[in-house]
Design a protein around this ligand. Structure first.
Ligand SMILES: [Zn+2]
Length: 182
C-alpha cells in the first residue's frame, strides 16, 4: 500500500524530494503530476502533486522529508562544496526561510512586465526566518560588469522587439488615427 508523505503545488518540488528519497534507498511514486500539470487551476482540489512511498518505508521517508525541510541536507552540501551563496538568518543562523519582494518593487515588476514585457531580475528580497521569524535582507552584492551587460542587453532587445512589433502592426493594419507612421 502506498502512503502520501508530502504534497506540493508544483511538480518540480515533488521531484526534488523524490530524488532525495531515492538517493537514500526509499522507493518513491509521484501521483497526480500530469493531472495537476493539465488542470493547474484545480491543483488544490486534487491535493497537489503527491509524493508516495510504500507503507513499510514510511518512517524512514518521513524522517528524510523532515531533514529536507530543516535544511540538514543543505548544510551537508555547503560543508562539501563551500558557500552556497544563500541567505542565512543573522540572529540564529538558520538557512530555512520564506521570501517576498518589497511592495514597491513588486508593483514596479508587475507594471513593467504588463506594460513593456520586461521581466525584472528578482533582486532585493526580504527574507523571513522560519525558526525565529526575524525579517532580514541578504547582504548587498555589488553589481558586476557581467550583470550590467546582461541588463543592458535585455533592455535593448526589449526595445528593439517593441519597435519591430509596432512597425509590423503599422505595415499590416495601417496608421491608427492621426498617428504618423515611421
Ligand atoms: Zn532566525
Amino acid at each position: 500500500m502506498l502512503v502520501t508523505i508530502a504534497a506540493f503545488s508544483e511538480a518540480y518540488e515533488a521531484h526534488l524530494l523524490r530524488g532525495r528519497l531515492q538517493a537514500e534507498g526509499v522507493s518513491v511514486f509521484i501521483a497526480h503530476e500530469m493531472t495537476v500539470a493539465n488542470m493547474w487551476h484545480r491543483s488544490v482540489a486534487f491535493g497537489g502533486v503527491k509524493v508516495q512511498v510504500p507503507y513499510d518505508q514510511i518512517e524512514t521517508a518521513r524522517e528524510i522529508e523532515r531533514d529536507c525541510r530543516l535544511g540538514v541536507y543543505k548544510e551537508l552540501l555547503s560543508r562539501e562544496v563551500g558557500d552556497l551563496d544563500d541567505a542565512t538568518c543573522p540572529r540564529c543562523g538558520c538557512l530555512v526561510y520564506q521570501k517576498r519582494r518589497p511592495f514597491p518593487r513588486a508593483a514596479l515588476a508587475v507594471f513593467l512586465s504588463l506594460y513593456l514585457g520586461v521581466v525584472l531580475p528578482p533582486l532585493g528580497w526580504i527574507y523571513r526566518c522560519e525558526s525565529c521569524l526575524r525579517e532580514y535582507r541578504a547582504p548587498h552584492r555589488p553589481l558586476s560588469p557581467q550583470k550590467i551587460m546582461v541588463v543592458a542587453a535585455v533592455i535593448i532587445a526589449t526595445g528593439l522587439s517593441e519597435i519591430a512589433l509596432l512597425h509590423w502592426i503599422h505595415s499590416a493594419f495601417g496608421c491608427p488615427g492621426a498617428m504618423e507612421c515611421f
